[in-house]
Design a protein around this ligand. Structure first.
Ligand SMILES: Cc1cc2nc3c(=O)[nH]c(=O)nc-3n(C[C@H](O)[C@H](O)[C@H](O)COP(=O)(O)O)c2cc1C
Length: 398
C-alpha cells in the first residue's frame, strides 16, 4: 500500500464527506472552489444534497438477507454496483492522475467512467487506462468538424457510449470562480494572474505536482482543423458557441451508432424528446448546481422523468450523491443508476487514483449495507415501496 492509499484507508475517511476537507487542504483555493462551487447563490447546489433528507426508508425487518446483489446492467454493459463516474472537466487540475487515474479506479471497481470533452488526457489514453467501460461526454467545442473528429476517435478507441450534455447553452455564473480569478489563472497573462497568485502560492506541493505533470494549456480531445488542440485561452469563448439543439442531436445520432446518453434533462417533456431523438438513456441532472440556479434538485425531478418515458429508455440521475443511502433512494424512485461527480472528485483531489478507489469502495459498501438493513435482496428489487416521499411529491407519481 503506498502513502496515498494508507492515508485514505485511515479512519479519517469513513464516508466520502471526509474527502472534502482533505481536498480543501491540498488544492489552491481557486481550484477547490472550481470543484466545490455552483452557480449564482448556489441554491440548487445545496438543494441537490438536502433533498435526500426528505425521502425516508420503509425497511422490512426480520427478513434474512445474508447476500445481496448490487450488480446491474446499464447501456448494455454490466457494472458491479449502480454508480458511474460523471464527467468532471479539468480533473487533471485536481491531481496529475486526472482522468486516467479516475478511469483506472472505476475499471478496478467494476464500473464505468465518463470522460469530459474538457479533459487533460487523450480519450485513447483514458480508454487504455481502464479495464472497464469508458464513455465519452461531448461538448460541441470548436465547431462540428472538431466534434466529428472526436466522436470518431471515441468510437475507434472503443468507448462504450456517447454522452451529450444539453444544459450548457452558456456557462453558468460560478461566482466563486470570478472572485478567485479562475479565468485569469487558467489563461491570462502573468500581469492578469498577479492579483490571484497568493492563493495558488499557498499550496506549494500542488504547484510542484502540477508543474511536474507539465501544466495544462491545451485540450487534447478538441482538435481544431488546421490548428491542433484547442488552447485553454479559447475555451470560454468556444463554450459560449457550443449550445446543442435537438437538430444537432439528429446529426450526432447519425454519427454515433452506439448507446447515446442525453445528460441534463429535468422535465418529462425533454425526456420524451430525448427518447424521440434516439437516446438510449437520459441523465436527470442540473450539472451539479453549476448551471441554472433555482431549478429543482435532480432527485425531485426524477419521478416526473421516470413516469414520462414509461421504461422506453434508461433513466440515470446525478446531483448530490454523497452516500450509498442516496444511491438507494434514487433507485427506489426509478433511476437505473446514478452518476457521482464531486463524491469521487474530492477523493481524486485528496489522494489521486487511490482516493477515487476509496470513494467507490465506501459507496459500494454503503449500498450493500443499506440493502441488508432495508431487507431487500438486490438493487433490481428496489422500488417505491421501500421509501416515503413528502405528500406534495405525489402529484408527479407514475
Ligand atoms: C468540477 C466539475 C466539473 C464538471 N465538468 C463537467 C463536464 O465537463 N461535462 C459535464 O457534462 N458535466 C460536468 N460536470 C457535472 C457532473 O458531470 C455532474 O453532473 C455533477 O457533478 C453531479 O453533481 P454532484 O457533483 O453533486 O455529484 C462537472 C461537475 C463538476 C463538479
Amino acid at each position: 500500500m503506498n502513502k496515498a492509499s494508507r492515508k485514505v484507508a485511515s479512519p479519517r475517511v469513513v464516508c466520502v464527506h471526509d474527502f472534502r476537507p482533505l481536498a480543501r487542504r491540498r488544492l489552491p483555493k481557486p481550484v477547490f472552489d472550481y470543484l466545490d462551487g455552483g452557480a449564482d447563490g448556489e441554491v440548487t447546489l445545496r438543494e441537490n444534497c438536502r433533498v435526500f433528507d426528505d425521502v425516508t426508508f420503509r425497511p422490512r425487518h426480520a427478513v434474512a438477507v445474508s447476500e445481496c446483489d448490487v450488480r446491474t446492467r446499464v447501456l448494455g454493459f454490466d457494472v458491479s454496483f449502480p454508480a458511474l463516474l460523471a464527467p468532471v472537466g479539468y480533473s487533471r487540475l485536481m491531481h496529475p492522475d486526472g482522468e486516467a487515474g479516475a478511469a483506472r479506479a472505476a475499471g478496478a471497481a467494476g464500473t464505468a467512467y465518463m470522460l469530459s470533452t474538457i479533459s487533460g488526457h487523450r480519450v485513447e489514453d483514458v480508454k487504455a487506462a481502464s479495464s472497464g467501460p469508458v464513455c465519452f461526454q461531448l461538448y460541441v467545442l470548436g465547431g462540428r468538424d472538431a466534434s466529428e473528429a472526436v466522436i470518431e476517435r471515441a468510437r475507434v478507441a472503443g468507448c462504450a457510449a456517447l454522452v451529450v450534455t444539453i444544459d450548457t447553452p452558456v456557462a453558468g455564473l460560478r461566482e466563486r470562480d470570478y472572485r478567485n480569478g479562475m479565468k485569469e489563472l487558467m489563461s491570462g497573462s502573468l500581469w492578469e494572474k498577479m492579483p490571484f497568485l497568493p492563493h495558488v502560492l499557498a499550496r506549494p506541493a500542488w504547484i510542484a505536482r502540477f508543474w511536474r505533470d507539465g501544466g495544462l494549456s491545451k485540450l487534447p480531445n478538441v482538435i481544431i482543423p488546421g490548428q491542433g488542440p484547442m488552447d485553454l485561452v479559447d475555451v470560454s469563448a468556444a463554450l459560449a458557441r457550443a449550445a446543442v439543439t435537438w437538430n444537432d442531436l439528429g446529426w450526432i445520432r447519425r454519427l454515433w451508432p452506439g448507446p447515446l446518453v442525453i445528460k441534463g434533462v429535468l422535465t418529462g417533456d425533454d425526456a420524451r424528446r430525448a427518447a424521440d431523438a434516439g437516446a438510449t438513456a437520459v441523465v436527470v441532472s442540473n450539472h451539479g448546481g453549476r448551471q441554472l440556479d433555482g431549478v429543482p434538485a435532480s432527485l425531485r425531478a426524477l419521478p416526473e422523468v421516470v413516469a414520462a418515458v414509461h421504461g422506453q429508455i434508461e433513466v440515470f440521475m446525478d446531483g448530490g450523491i454523497r452516500r450509498g443511502t442516496d444511491i438507494v433512494k434514487a433507485l427506489c424512485l426509478g433511476a437505473r443508476a446514478v452518476l457521482c461527480g464531486r463524491a469521487y472528485a474530492y477523493g481524486l483531489a485528496a489522494a489521486g487514483e487511490a482516493g477515487v478507489a476509496r470513494a467507490l469502495e465506501i459507496l459500494r459498501a454503503d449500498v450493500e449495507r443499506t440493502l441488508k438493513l432495508l431487507g431487500c435482496p438486490s438493487v433490481a428489487a428496489l422500488d417505491r415501496s421501500y421509501v416515503d416521499v413528502p405528500a406534495h411529491w405525489r402529484c408527479v407519481d407514475a
